[in-house]
Structures are given as C-alpha cells and as structure tokens.
Design a protein around this ligand. Sequence first.
Ligand SMILES: [Fe+2]
Length: 268
Amino acid sequence: MKFIHLTDPHMTASGELFDLDLEARLSDAVESINRRHSDAELVMVTGDIAHWGEPLAYERVNRILGGLAMPWYPLIGNHDVPEAYFAGLPNAPKDEAGRACFRLDTSAGAFIALDTLTEGTHAGSVDNRQLKWLDGELEKSEDSFLFLHHGPSRTGIAGMDRIPLLNPDDLYAVIAAHPGNLRHIFFGHMHRAFHGSWRGIPFSTVKATAHQVAALIDGESPLTSSREMPAYAVVLIDDENVLVHDISYMEEAAEFTYDREAGRPAAD
Ligand SMILES: [Fe+2]
C-alpha cells in the first residue's frame, strides 16, 4: 500500500508568506504526486493547513488539493482556526464533538487521527475523551497507524521543544495497553525531515510544503525558519515494512542517469 504524507501548507489568503509562493509550492506537490504517485491510495495532510486561519486560505487549499488524483484527509494544527477550517474544507473529517479526530479503514490497516489543537498555545495536547476513543480503536485494530499534528517525542531543536505535545505520558499509557498494535506515528508541526522512535515506536514527519524550521539542533538556539526546499513523503506499507521516502519534489530537475563506463552523466 502506498500513501502520501504531506504537511503544514500554512496557506494564506494572498498565497504568499515570508517571500515564498505557497500556492506554487502546494500546487507543485499536487502535480508531482499525480504524475509520479497516482497509485497512492490517499494523502494525509497533518495540520497547519492555514497560517492565520483566513477563510480564503482554506478555500485556496481546498481548491489546490482538490486537484489530487486520490482522496485527501486533513488534520488540524496549532495555526488553524477550527471554524474557518471546517467551513473551508468540506471533506475534513470530524467527530461528534466537532474535533478533527477520525479513523480511516485503509488497505494497510486503521489510520487513526487525533486533534491536538489546544486553545491559547502553539503547543498541543490530546484530551481524555479522544484518548478513551483511541483506546477502543487500538483494541480493535492490530495494524494501526497514528496521525497527529504535534508529535510526542522531543526533538533537540529548542524552539520546537518549547511547543511540544504537552501530555505524551497520557498518550503512551493508551498505546502501551495494546502492545504491537500501533506500527508507526506520523506527525506534522516540525517543518523538517525528522525520523526515529519514541519509547520504541517508530515515527516520522516530513518537511512542510511552506517554510522549514532551520536545523539548529543544539538545544538552545531560538526558533529559526528557513526557505529551503519543501517535501512530501511517499510511504510504502506491507506486512514487513513501513518505508518512508522524503521527496524534494521541487528538485526533480536535478535528476540524472549516468554512464557507468564513462563515469559521466548519460547523454539525453
Ligand atoms: Fe506548522
């Protein structure tokens, strides 16, 4: 099974932010996904759909991602404004409490998304109601994959560690009650390629389609942004593997094949 992990478009009403053409960055991602990965089952968009929460920003994202050849599912992030988010993204799943909390049954297993948006802070948390629901979902599903905006691990980047998931112990207690049922955690928020494991559970995130977080991995530098290239991730899942490929889709022009004999790029 193949799916696409895309995150943090941070769209604005104007389509621009920090001298970046956000509209082009997101549209190029859609074009690349459709051209190279039209066999993907779905696209997961792990939050910060808009930067300031303007209604026009959500309309813009809805129009651009509407061009995808496969279904796409958004999560909510700390920059999103729920009222505008749900109004502007008619296909955004939500639960009976109006949170962006949902389960998708895919050919790889259960994709479970939680809403970590927490009023008054750019940090996040998972409330008890969602944790209780997650407990039931993990009980039912031996092949589960969790999707969040705020990831549960620390990062080593001080600016991000000041706006983390605030209650990772609560999340872990639920996951640990169902050993082996959660195969991987995918999250957004980092604006960097960042992979590893948290308490033994593999995780990954991917660069934003908007601006990135500079890789100042010294535990003290202030949060610094970067205009480096965006990415999405292609994820391949089967019984043995969860494989995450980071795709720098705006650098496809850098690709070449080479002649092994001559040790030079092959002629076109
Ligand atoms: Fe973000």
